[in-house]
Design a protein around this ligand. Structure first.
Ligand code: KG4
Ligand code: ZN
Length: 371
């Protein structure tokens, strides 16, 4: 069977084609992404109407290239899948309407996918572009860290999502983006903050650093709270106050660059401590057999390194995985895999929405709305 999928919830226009079998194995035949990052960078964040304009400009060329890559035609596709939410409504509408139209024209089933479950399912693909939906044991604990979400989601089975913890304010990626903006960098801020933090670590290794740079420490909000929720807005504000005070002093340009590296490291360390503690706490309570990291922020090397190390030493019995770098951010392969899971595991469910008439883009789509 062949599934064609589309993702347009934010600033990437993406489509993919996957081939799958009833034994839950699958393979990627085509994967195309057109990114708008450069366009939004100068605005300091995503501008929804600009995103929609770009999606409508890019979507047909992206679809055309996807079919060319797979050497297939739309009539060859058995099922269509599209991100229906959450995300920016003007952006979601483009992908939803284009996919609806193709599915209607070819009279084929259309599956509604939640963007977050897409991120979760990005973990099911292996290095050889193949995967199997049965490769992990349940319960699976998902730590989803993206620009819009920070959630701990427990899955007792495929498509059975229970949100057991989430941010009360900013998402992790949003905090990275805001801190980068404060320090004078463009959107998206995650990659630049992690690069600066790495540079700070390298300087520490060379031990050529004045101890004043090592004293920066930011708060770890809610780290010891008795629930599994997060908060990152206070941390971001602490960085702002620290930086504003620093600017009041007379410091040279080269010293300021150094300060920025150590601020980035101190901020990232605080984020990692919180993510690590909450994940360990969740493991203690819910005893998952598998832990999967996902979302755009999972591209952060240091977060991955620390979580991996922590789990290996404290819970060697747990399988830990994170998506390969190119699938950490938004893409349509993850939407295709989630679509396969819906097709194989919930097609007998009477509420399973498989008709284009039932599909509406919904900026606030909840995981529980799917089952
Ligand atoms: O999943 P994603 O592509 O879009 C959403 O669904 O939100 O995540 C984008 C987020 C942005 O906030 C971006 O700054 C962050 O992922 N990000 C990173 C890194 N790479 C991307 N954050 C920290 N470190 C990174 N290396
Ligand atoms: Zn995303």
């Amino acid at each position: 069977m062949l599934i064609f999928s589309i993702e347009t919830s934010c600033d990437e226009t993406a489509s993919a084609i996957l081939k799958f079998k009833s034994d839950s194995s699958f393979e990627v035949l085509a994967n195309q992404i057109s990114s708008q990052i450069k366009l939004h960078a100068k605005w300091g964040g995503i501008v929804p109407n600009l995103a929609a304009r770009e999606h409508s400009k890019n979507i047909l060329p992206v679809i055309k290239t996807t079919f060319k890559e797979a050497n297939l035609k739309p009539k060859d596709i058995d099922i269509f899948g599209v991100t229906a939410g959450p995300g920016l409504i003007p952006a979601l509408l483009i992908g939803a309407n284009v996919t609806k139209t193709i599915a209607y024209f070819h009279q084929k089933p259309l599956i509604k996918i939640n963007h977050i479950e897409g991120h979760i399912y990005s973990n099911f693909i292996n290095k050889n572009n193949k995967g199997n939906l049965n490769q992990y044991n349940f319960p699976i604990l998902n730590l989803v860290i993206s620009g819009g979400h920070t959630q701990l989601i427990l899955m007792k089975n495929h498509l059975k999502y229970k949100i057991i913890g989430e941010t009360q304010d900013d998402a992790v990626g949003e905090a990275f983006d805001k801190v980068a903006k404060m320090l004078g960098f463009e959107y998206p801020g995650g990659p630049i903050i992690s690069k600066l933090a790495n540079e700070a670590e390298n300087l520490i290794k060379k031990s050529q650093i004045n101890s004043k740079f090592l004293k920066i420490k930011f708060p770890r909000p809610m780290i010891n709270s008795d629930n599994l929720n997060f908060s990152f807005s206070g941390l971001k504000t602490s960085v702002l106050y620290f930086y504003q005070k620093l600017l009041e002093k007379k410091i040279t340009e080269s010293e300021l660059i150094l300060w920025k590296k150590f601020i980035a490291k101190a901020f990232q360390d605080a984020v990692i401590d919180v993510l690590k503690n909450k994940t360990l706490k969740t493991i203690k309570i819910h005893q998952p057999k598998t832990v999967l990291l996902s979302g755009g922020v999972s591209a952060n090397n240091k977060i991955l390194e620390i979580l991996e190390k922590e789990l290996k030493t404290k819970h060697p019995e747990i399988i830990f995985n994170s998506p390969r770098k190119s699938l950490c951010g938004d893409n349509a392969v993850m939407i295709g895999i989630a679509g396969i899971a819906h097709y194989l595991y919930s097609k007998n469910n009477p509420t399973f929405q498989i008709n284009w008439k039932n599909l509406e883009a919904d900026s606030g789509l909840k995981l529980k709305d799917l089952n």
